[in-house]
Structures are given as C-alpha cells and as structure tokens.
Design a protein around this ligand. Structure first.
Ligand code: MRU
Length: 332
C-alpha cells in the first residue's frame, strides 16, 4: 500500500480508502463537498488522528471552494470540528487551513495548498518518527501495539507502526508484533494485522485481555502506541484500553512509548483531564458487523479513548526526537 492510496484530493474531491470495509474489500469513496467529507470522518470511513487531520484539512478546502461568505465557511468549520472531538490533528488542520486561507489573496488556492501541505508534513514526520523509534528495537524483540496507528491512521509510515516498519526494513531479525484486537471496532485485528500482513512482518492477533498474559511471560520487550491528543504535561489520549496496557507495562518493567507528530500535542491543554473524550454509540458494542452479540436490553457505555498519565510513559517519539513526557513544555 502506498501512502497516497489512503486519502488524496483530486479536482476538489476527496478520495479515500473506506476503512470500514477492510480487510475484506478495497473500496474507495469520492466525496465532493465538505459535508460528505465531514460525514465520512464522523462515520469512521477514515479514522486515526493523522488521517482525520488530513481529511479535515481537505474538508475545509472544500468549504472554501463552496462558499465565499466567511459566515458560511465558519459554519462549515464548526461542523467539521464536531465530528470527532478528541483528535487534536483535526483542530490543528481546520485552524491551519482557515487562518492561512482567510488572509490570502486567492483563498481557495491557499486552502488547497495548505491542506496538501498537512499530508506532506505527516509523510515527512512519520519517517523521522520511524527512524528515531527503530533505534529502540533490537533483534528478537516482541512488540505490543494497540489499535491501528499505522499507514491507515497517519500518512507515510504510521506513528506507532513506523519504528516497526523501519526496523524491519533495516533487517532487524526475529521481530514479532502482538496486535491487540481492539474492541469494539477491531482496528487491531482488522487494520493493523492487515497492514503487517501486506509486508510480511511476523505478528499475531491477541484479544485485548491477553496483553498482560504475554507481558508476564516475558514475551513483550517494548510497547508502541499512537496518540490522539497529548497535553502539555505529557498525558496521552489514545484508543480505549491504552491506559491499562501502560499500567501493565510499568508493572512488568517494559518500556512504553507513544509515537505521534508534534501536531498531536495540544499545549493549550495543561493536563489529560482537560481532554474531551469521545463517547460513541451502543451499536458498536452490542453488534459485530450488524449481528447482535449482546443482551439487547442492557445499556452500553462506550468511551472511544482513555488518558494514560505521563508517569506511565517512557518516552514520546515525535519527528524531532524522543522526549521525556515531562519535558514537552520546554521543547514545543
Ligand atoms: O477511533 P480511531 O480508530 O480513530 O482511533 C485511533 C487511535 O486511537 C490511534 O491510536 C491514534 O489515532 C493514533 S494513530 C495516528
């Protein structure tokens, strides 16, 4: 899979690989206006903070193509921003495109140029993240990852998967990846496993509850996860279940790394408790691919993300290097 096959823009349309269909079908959606692109973000036809950010940038560019009145453009911006509240990259992109375009002579041209630059910047950043992170991987390492933080989630090399892709390409031997299934939407078993299989990186899918078992057995040497938002004190919002993996890693003396471009860091957010956590619908838990797998009359609670406190994080890998979580304030 080439990075430009996940999402790109052509003649004011956004073309994206429909991630809800993976790993069974490779289907592309063509979205011709900002509303359709916003709906695709909300419905998770695309997902992962980086790809959400790129789509949001393009949706803003579509809004600039559709409207000349600032009021309407701002309405579109608010609608795009309401789709997925946790991913910082989404807000980074809507603001970058809006403020660059609004002060330009040719607003439409500036909006599309800025949206394209977000995609290009992610490709550059994830390569750097991969190179820094690969240095942490040794021959024979067992690596645990949660959710999908690969090429589908952020363009280029992915975030958490970037060190693994690059270590494997460098010829590091006997690397093995434990892929958390990641209920309820199965981003691990559907998407991460699919990505790793494409390039034949040895891996196995495990149910979310099995991570501690393999850590305790000494099979996991390092954990890499991505991030949806990182607060100034180094707390990390990522897919639900990340927090418990971090606690388990600390208990078992396993280094726990978060990989993300600096556009995921939200310096306005002082601690993780200020990060808004997206709550999703009950169907995701009650049903699997449209089939009921739970007691229909029971209530469901379905937070999409949790907060991992900085004290459980060994390092945060960005395009600038590997940072101690409590040093972000001085470095960004
Ligand atoms: O709900 P999702 O699938 O968008 O959640 C994705 C994650 O939690 C990823 O780990 C995160 O976005 C980092 S990958 C750039």
């Amino acid at each position: 899979m080439k990075s430009n096959e996940v999402i790109y823009a052509k003649n004011s349309a956004v073309i994206l690989l429909d991630q809800t269909k993976l790993p069974f079908d490779l289907e592309y959606l063509t979205l011709t206006n900002y509303r359709e692109t916003a709906r695709a973000i909300r419905n998770m036809n695309l997902r992962g903070a980086g790809t959400v950010g790129v789509a949001a940038g393009y949706a803003m560019a579509q809004a600039f193509s559709e409207f000349s009145e600032i009021e309407k453009i701002l309405q579109a911006k608010a609608e795009i921003e309401s789709t997925r509240p946790t991913a910082q990259n989404l807000f980074y992109s809507t603001n970058l495109v809006y403020f660059r375009a609004i002060s330009a002579k040719n607003r439409v041209k500036a909006a599309w140029k800025t949206a394209d630059s977000i995609l290009k910047s992610d490709i550059r950043s994830t390569k750097m993240i991969g190179e820094f992170g690969a240095e942490l991987i040794e021959d024979g390492f067992g690596i645990l990852t949660h959710c999908n933080a690969g090429k589908l989630a952020i363009q280029g090399y992915g975030s958490a998967l970037a060190p693994i892709y690059i270590a494997f390409a460098q010829g590091k031997k006997d690397i093995f990846v434990f892929v958390d299934e990641t209920r309820p939407r199965l981003q691990g078993s559907r998407l991460t496993a699919w990505e790793l299989a494409q390039v034949k990186i040895p891996h196995a899918i495990i149910v979310d509850n099995a991570a501690g078992y393999y850590m305790q057995k000494g099979k996991v040497n390092i954990v890499f996860v991505g991030a949806d938002r990182i607060s100034a004190n180094g707390d990390v919002a990522n897919k639900i279940g990340t927090y418990e993996k971090a606690v388990l890693a600390k208990e078992n003396n396993i280094p726990f790394y978060v990989a993300a471009p600096s556009s995921t860091i939200d310096m306005k957010c002082k601690t993780g408790s200020e990060i808004k956590i997206e709550e999703r619908g009950s169907k995701e838990v009650r049903e699997v691919f449209g089939k009921l797998v739970a007691n229909e009359t029971s209530d469901v609670l379905n937070p999409a993300f949790d907060i991992t406190p900085a004290k459980f994080i060994t390092g945060i890998i960005t395009e600038k290097g590997i940072h101690k979580p409590d040093e972000l304030n001085t470095e960004f």
